[in-house]
Design a protein around this ligand. Structure first.
Ligand SMILES: O=C[C@H](O)COP(=O)(O)O
Length: 247
């Protein structure tokens, strides 16, 4: 049985004072959580997360990394730096980065590899746009995005966490129905299983307008192993309610 996992993606939100209050509430409320819990914070807050979350059940991570290991790449952050701050997770291939920074499937795969080589776990995001869904391309798109990663990682694929995030459901309040999400998760799971038992057991999170009132039914689906939570991870009460909705 795969353990469920709820990861918050703070995106470009936070402040030193606000983070401290939020993390204190989350730590207190999630101390007995049955699922794994993590928060992925903006780079400048990694040191704060490292300090405040020390000894707690809450892991933390970053939201991106460079494909480069060091050198003349202004503005980039290397996996070695993230590892030094104690990150356990690094989100790669979030649709906002694919769209805003034109990240290709190959670059996302390379980032996932860098993260694993540095001893951390990549949370690899895949997902289709509304146009792609409406033209019947959902499975082809998510499989193309996933295959780029599995082809590069081979048997190391078992070391990723996968997140299915339909672009049309992110921050829109329009969630995929549990049936829609489960159907895509099953497609992703089937591909992972072709790579062996370990890869078949990878956690697959759902992301896209997960809220306290829809989390339980989503997390009850056979191939949904938790969530990657954006907006609702910024409110302690909502994030804790989502954590409590895991099975
Ligand atoms: O990484 C998180 C996703 O983009 C979901 O964001 P959201 O929960 O605000 O829709």
């Amino acid at each position: 049985m795969r353990q469920q996992f709820v990861a918050g993606n703070w995106k470009m939100n936070g402040s030193l004072a606000g983070n401290a209050a939020l993390l204190a509430e989350v730590m207190a409320g999630a101390a007995q959580a049955r699922c794994e819990v993590a928060v992925c914070v903006p780079f400048p807050y990694l040191a704060q997360a490292q300090q405040l979350l020390q000894g707690s059940k809450i892991a933390f991570g970053a939201q991106d990394c460079s494909v480069h290991l060091s050198g003349a790449h202004t503005g980039e952050v290397a996996v070695g730096m993230l590892q030094e701050f104690g990150c356990r997770y690094v989100i790669v291939g979030h649709s906002e980065r694919r769209a805003d920074h034109h990240e290709s499937d190959e670059q996302v795969a390379e980032k996932a590899q860098r993260v694993i080589e540095a001893g951390m776990t990549p949370i690899v995001c895949v997902g289709e746009t509304l146009e792609e869904r409406e033209s019947g391309q959902t499975d082809a798109v998510v499989l193309r995005q996933l295959r780029a990663v599995t082809q590069r990682l081979g048997e190391q694929t078992s070391r990723i966490v996968l997140a299915y995030e339909p672009v049309w459901a992110i921050g829109t309040g329009r969630t995929a129905t549990p049936e829609q999400a489960q159907a895509v998760h099953a497609v992703l799971r089937d591909h992972l299983k072709t790579l062996g038992e370990a890869a078949g057991g990878v956690q697959i999170l759902y992301g896209g307008s997960v809220k306290p009132d829809n989390a339980q039914v989503l997390f009850a689906q056979k191939d949904i192993d938790g969530g990657l939570i954006g907006g609702a991870s910024l409110k302690a009460a909502d994030f804790l309610a989502i954590i409590a909705a895991t099975r």
